[in-house]
Design a protein around this ligand. Structure first.
Ligand SMILES: [Zn+2]
Length: 472
């Protein structure tokens, strides 16, 4: 079996690969529960995409299995253990501003364009072709190889919940739904709310400004790029507005102010970023809180704004006193993704904490609860997705590194991230591709594309990886 030229094998199949991928890209597979049925619990689009993959695999001689119309797999080989490969065929809505039809799969300048081309239909098809190459070369395998296809990655992962409730967990696996070379560690993700109860007693009468409402952000996993507050200013408004304008100049952020129904409305634009590294953004909400914190506010608002202000420029858990880092996965981070306050209803701050692999979550949670208790606040809606990590000396990692380095000639650096990938659905799995280092990340964006060359390179990498991991 020596001297297989994996890239040649991929290139030989290029036309068919593009054709098969275009067929998949043409299916508008957005989660659509309004049109759900028993046969299509997440709507007809994602079901059609799943069926497309199962039909394609059956036609090519793989064993196809549908799992509750939410997921499925294509299988080859035999053996006690399973090598699992996890991809997904659901996509996020295409949004506006495309220069091509988002569901055409048109090839232009060496790129194939469509929603899902890089996340994750292209990489999933590349993994499929990896399997197909191994199968067509008739290489001997000592494991079953399963391409597991999910349909709910972009929403609630109900596909994986169902699949692994009913199907065996692979011994090892990888997911082509992120970056090359290899993501071997993912921080834990704990989302929760801090709740401030409405004030029952009257506020301080002498306050210079009452905050009637404050709103910023809708999602735990994003740094908010917009914030708005409604105020009632007692006394001189000109000076207040002058300070707001100065603040915009100092920070370089754009704002707006106007009076509506006797209320002064302030708006501020920030810079969005993923919650995995809040410091990459400029939180509109935290900046607006920073601005407001300098004034004499009513007691209830003073408390809410005061807490927000303690997150300004402090994304490492300083407020709770739970700063932590480890060598595997770096710093603990906290993003304030949702900030909502209303004078009569109280306040809510939605936080997303990304905690290192070796962090003691229970001890951390106890510390957070006691801090909140001290500050007269509550912790609610706590949800947790455990950290995910495969030892860097594990044969799975070593094999993938060898394959990547042999084929690309580049060092297979091990990456640790604060986000979660599909790999965490596996007991022992890593993310492996298909975005190559140096390539622009266009996932979830308009004019999403994948280089045809990268599709072929990924197919070649997956083919060899599958063979090397499943031959023993
Ligand atoms: Zn994805």
């Amino acid at each position: 079996m020596a001297d297989i030229n994996w890239m040649d094998e991929a290139v030989k199949r290029k036309d068919q690969l593009i054709k098969d991928l275009q067929g998949l890209l043409k299916i508008k597979s957005i989660c659509d529960e309004e049109h759900a049925s028993d046969e299509a619990p997440l709507g007809p689009g994602v079901k059609a995409a799943l069926q497309y993959m199962l039909d394609l695999g059956s036609k090519d001689g793989f064993t196809a299995k549908n799992a509750g119309n939410l997921a499925g797999h294509l299988e080859m080989g035999a053996g006690k253990e399973i090598l699992g490969i996890l991809g997904h065929v659901d996509v996020v809505p295409e949004g506006d501003g495309w220069s091509v039809d988002p569901y055409s799969g048109i090839v232009k300048d060496g790129k194939i364009y469509a929603r899902g081309s890089s996340d994750d239909k292209g990489p999933t098809m590349a993994a499929y072709y990896g399997m197909k190459i191994v199968k067509e070369l008739g290489l001997p395998l000592n494991k079953k190889v399963r391409l597991i296809v999910g349909t709910d990655e972009e929403s609630d992962w109900r596909c994986m919940d169902y699949y692994f409730k009913h199907e065996e967990m692979p011994a090892i696996g990888f997911s082509p739904d992120a970056d090359f070379p290899i993501i071997y560690a993912e921080k834990g993700i704990a989302d929760f709310d801090i709740i401030q109860a409405p004030q029952t007693t009257a506020g301080n009468e002498a306050a210079k400004a009452d905050v009637l409402s404050f709103q910023s952000g809708r999602r735990y996993n994003m740094v908010p790029d917009f914030a708005q507050a409604s105020l009632c200013i007692h006394g001189e408004q000109t000076e207040f507005l002058q300070k707001f304008h100065d603040f915009q100049k100092e920070t370089g952020l754009n704002g707006q102010d106007y009076v509506d129904n006797g209320e002064l409305v302030l708006k501020l634009e920030g810079v969005s970023a993923h919650a995995a590294e809040p410091d990459n953004g400029k939180s509109a909400g935290l900046y607006l809180a920073k601005f407001l914190a300098q004034f004499d506010l009513d007691a209830s608002a003073r408390k809410f704004i005061g807490i927000l202000n303690q997150f300004y420029g402090k994304s490492r858990g300083e407020y709770f006193g739970i700063q932590y880092q480890d060598e595997i996965s770096g710093d603990l981070t906290i993003n304030a993704g949702i900030m909502s306050y209303h004078r009569e209803k109280g306040g809510r701050i939605g936080l997303s904490m990304r905690y290192p692999v070796t962090f003691d979550l229970e001890a951390g949670k106890t510390k957070m609860e006691s801090k909140l208790k001290d500050d007269g606040l509550l912790l609610q809606n706590f949800s947790d997705s455990k950290p995910h990590h495969v030892d860097k000396n594990d044969p799975l990692i070593k094999t993938l590194q060898k394959v990547y380095e042999e084929q690309t000639g580049e060092k297979a650096e091990l990456l640790a991230i604060g986000g979660g990938t599909y790999a965490r659905a596996l007991d022992k799995g890593v993310a492996f591709g298909a975005l190559f280092p140096g390539r622009e990340d266009v996932m979830h964006q308009k004019d999403e594309y994948m280089y045809v060359e990268d599709l072929l390179k990924a197919s070649a990498l997956y083919a060899q990886a599958i063979y090397e991991l499943a031959r023993n």
